[in-house]
Ligand binder design. Structure first.
Ligand code: FPP
Length: 244
């Protein structure tokens, strides 16, 4: 497919859950001789743009990797800047997201964020809890191994307390204990900026996902790039280990 080709999407085969590793904000800013934080700010505009388009296409869930447990290793001023982004984002866009029936959710350790960040995110979750459109989930202070360990601990406690028996533990039960249990399995995972790694992102949920790695930096990712990725997904042969 050429970049300028008109993309005809099969509206009966839209991925239910698309997950994004939003990468390249820093490099995008550096190319413009701007601080890395400028790139993160621009990245929030992309979240709005892509969420509205995914919602319009009928995607049920979209998860964005906004801050990993490993991101605490970044310089403190960058970490503090990212912790202020939810305020910027929801002040600018919550009204519009509500008008579009978008629901906000979160996976990760919000309790480790400053109180003001917790309050603004909780308010957005509360205000959108009855919405039935796209579920826009922020993976925030999130790490997949940590999520799995948290589940293992919860399950161990339930066995210890006699609430469940070891034989009750199966894949469905395990999934129901994950922070992300409210989300369907991921169908399509897109990582921007040319990196080809998972970086501790939703390892359980990506078991059968199709992966797309694009060189485009997250601030430059747009509706056309989303359509290209969905088109590519629709033209893959998903067999889930079986034969066709
Ligand atoms: C990676 O780019 C991107 C991040 C660490 C995510 C930053 C967060 C957002 C764009 C949005 C957060 C928004 C809300 C509402 C919580 P990078 O810095 O790793 O880029 P680089 O690889 O080019 O340095």
């Amino acid at each position: 497919m050429n970049d300028n080709d008109k993309i005809e999407l099969d509206m009966n085969n839209i991925p239910k859950h698309i997950a994004f590793i939003m990468d390249g904000n820093g490099r995008w800013a550096k190319k413009r001789f701007m601080p890395r934080t400028y790139g993160h700010n621009e990245g929030t505009k992309t979240i709005r743009k892509i969420a509205l388009e995914a919602n319009r296409l009928g995607v049920k869930a979209m998860t964005v990797y906004a801050f990993s447990t490993e991101n605490f290793a970044r310089p403190d001023d960058e970490v503090q800047f990212i912790f202020k982004l939810p305020k910027t984002f929801f002040n600018l866009y919550l009204k519009e997201l509500i008008e579009n029936n978008v629901k906000i959710s979160l996976i990760g350790h919000l309790e480790k964020a400053p109180q003001a960040t917790q309050d603004i995110v909780n308010e957005a979750i509360e205000k959108t809890k009855n919405n039935t459109g796209l579920n826009l989930c922020f993976a925030f202070i999130y790490g997949s191994r940590d999520e799995i360990v948290c589940s293992a601990k919860k399950i161990a406690q339930s066995v210890k307390d006699g609430v469940i028996d070891i034989d009750d533990i199966n894949e469905d039960y395990f999934q129901s204990t994950l922070m992300s249990s409210h989300l369907p399995d991921i169908d399509l995972m897109i990582r921007t900026s040319g990196e080809q790694r998972l970086s501790n992102f939703m390892l359980w949920q990506l078991a059968y996902a199709e992966f797309i790695f694009t060189p485009v930096y997250w601030p430059d990712f747009d509706e056309h790039e989303l359509h290209k990725a969905i088109w590519s997904y629709q033209n893959r042969d998903r067999r889930y280990g079986g034969l066709k």
